[in-house]
Each structure stands twice: as C-alpha cells, then as structure tokens.
Design a protein around this ligand. Structure first.
Ligand code: SF4
Length: 331
C-alpha cells in the first residue's frame, strides 16, 4: 500500500480537481474580459486518455474524490465519455462536476447514464437582465432548463454556486435561497476571490458570508450552523431553522479553510497545482507525452504535495495573485 499523500503540515490529500478546458461560453465580468481572451491551443489540452491515466495514478496514491471543472467543462465534446472512464477507476468514491449550466439540458441524460450524480451549477442571479450584465450572455433560460433536467433525472445533490460580489449580489441573495428551498437545491455563496483576469478584485468588493447569514436569517428565517461538519470540506453548512433547505458558504477570504485543505488541481494544459492561489506549478503533460513511467508521475504528484504551502496569503500584506486567472485553473 503506497504511503498516503501527506504534505509537510500533515494534511492528507484525497481530492483532485481536473480542469478539462480553459474555454468558456459566457463571460463573467469578475472572471474574464469580454473580448480577446487568449485560450490554450487545443493541441496543448490534455486528452481524455491522458487525464484518465493521470487520475488512475493519483487514485493509486490515495485520491478518492474527483471533480471536473473548466473554464466550462461541457464545452469538451463527449464529456460523458470521460465521466464513464473516471467513474470506472477502482478507488474513485466521489465524482462531481462544476458547470455554468448553459449546455446542461442537452447533456444531462448522457452524464447521468455515464454515472455522474453530483453536480454544481454556477449561477449568480435568477434575473435575466442582471444575468446579462454579469455574464454578457443571454443564457439564463437554458441554465434553468438544465437544472430542471438534472432534477428530473435524479442528480443528487444538485448545488448552485453563486459568487457574492458586494454592491452587486445583494438583490439575488434571498431569491436564490428561496429558489433552492423550493427545489431541494443547496445554494452556496462563494466569497469573491482575487482570481480574476483583469485585477478588479478588491477587499471592499467581498460580500462576507457573515453578512449573508444575517440577511437570510432576517428575510427568511434563522440559519443554524450544522454541527460536526467535515473540516476538510470547503463549504461551511447551515440549515434554515424551519427545516426547509440548506445553505453553504465558501468563505475563502473571511474564514480561510486552508488548514484542512485536501485538494490538488490539474490544469487543462497539464500542470499540477497544490493550491488555487499557488505561485508555482509543475508540468505533467511533458511526462505524459514524453514516455514517463507511472512511477515518475507518482513522484511528481508526491513532490508537488510535499511543496505545498500552508495556505493562500490573501489576508497578508505580501499577497500576490497567481499568474493564472480562475478560468485557466478551474474551481
Ligand atoms: S486556498 Fe489553497 S490551500 Fe487554501 S483551501 Fe484553497 S486550495 Fe487549499
């Protein structure tokens, strides 16, 4: 049995996020510019065979959770095929997808048949005009259709990830929570992080999780923190006191959770990152395409985890944004 994937702080790593593309079919203003976005050439993007081989090696080292991300992962043709491949790897206990939902209605059935059950849909508002101003695309209708398709098929859990930007997201907080309560969908509010391509992030633009708890408790009913939560899960969980619905908060800025981090990330162009905010990354593609043995790839995974820092430095004076924006790392 190989030694567990521990970093120098003793954190066990069992969660691999796999970005399958940096391309996206919407343009969230807090993520990427509207025009002239430079994407990685297709030839530099890992193939499904390469992703599967890397995942198989990582699972042998103790990775049990895989999440597919992007850019927008449903832009990769036959993503359901990759889901089936990864789901068939012995040792994978949890397989999930994060999508913006625009192409979901047309692919939900194939993804479900391929074995996917957990899905997170990124959606900041239910208002068409506001959606248009945030994403610069008129796609809200298709996303809502996609969510309904997932409900009909029986995806569980379905979660909605909403980025909470201050002085923008406030009108959407309560409508989203009501939407989730009515449909048994967990809404996760994500604090705005300094990962945007245009450097617009500012601490004053972060709508804090605590403020959202106060708003929902006032406007709907009190939120109660769920006891005995998995400390390694990125979201802190709350339930409404009337028993209807739950809410999650990914409060990376105000309540960092790095001390229990269990995640590593593979970028679409084949780089391994030990942290979303890492200032260094390690090439995998060259090994995969250069005839490296599984052992050499294992060694790279281990050394990457061993080099992992304690956590992001957003709240420290020396914070430097990573050289890659969010869409080319993956959520
Ligand atoms: S910021 Fe980095 S170390 Fe912290 S939880 Fe996220 S990935 Fe882990």
């Amino acid at each position: 049995m190989p030694a567990p994937l521990l970093d120098s702080f003793g954190r066990l790593h069992d969660n691999l996020r796999i970005s399958v593309t940096d391309r996206c079919n919407i343009r969230c203003y807090y993520c990427m510019p509207e025009h002239a976005v430079e994407f990685v050439p297709r030839s530099e993007i890992l193939s499904f065979e390469e992703i599967e081989r890397f995942a198989r090696i990582a699972v042998r080292l103790g990775i049990t959770k895989l999440r597919l991300t992007g850019g927008e992962p449903l832009l990769r043709r036959d993503l359901a095929g990759l889901v089936a491949r990864l789901g068939a790897i012995e040792g994978v206990r949890d397989l999930a997808l994060t999508t913006n939902g625009v192409l979901l209605a047309g692919q939900a059935e194939a993804l479900y048949r391929a074995g996917l059950r957990r899905i997170n849909v990124h959606l900041d508002t239910l208002d068409r005009e506001r959606f248009l101003s945030i994403t610069r695309r008129d796609e809200l209708g298709r996303i809502l259709e996609g969510i309904e398709a997932c409900r009909r098929l029986g995806f569980q859990p379905i979660k909605i990830n909403a980025v909470a930007v201050k002085n923008l997201a406030e009108p959407d907080i309560v409508p989203l929570a009501r939407f989730g309560r009515e449909r048994g969908i967990e809404i996760r509010y994500i604090e705005f992080m300094p990962l945007d391509a245009q450097g617009i992030w500012d601490r004053d633009k972060v709508l804090l999780a605590g403020d959202i708890v106060a708003t929902l408790s006032r406007e709907i009913c009190p939120l109660i923190e769920v006891p005995d939560q998995d400390p390694r899960a990125p979201a802190s969980q709350y339930r409404f006191s009337d028993g209807i619905g739950s809410i999650g908060f990914i409060a990376s800025v105000s309540q960092p959770f790095c001390l229990n981090c269990n995640r590593i990330r593979l970028t679409a162009d084949g780089h391994l990152r030990y942290c979303l905010f890492a200032l260094e990354e390690f090439g995998v593609k060259g090994l995969l395409r250069g005839g490296a043995t599984d052992g050499e790839i294992e060694a790279l995974i281990r050394s990457t985890v061993e080099k992992k820092w304690l956590g992001h430095e957003i709240n420290q004076g020396r914070f430097t944004p990573p050289p890659r924006p969010m869409y080319s790392i993956g959520g």
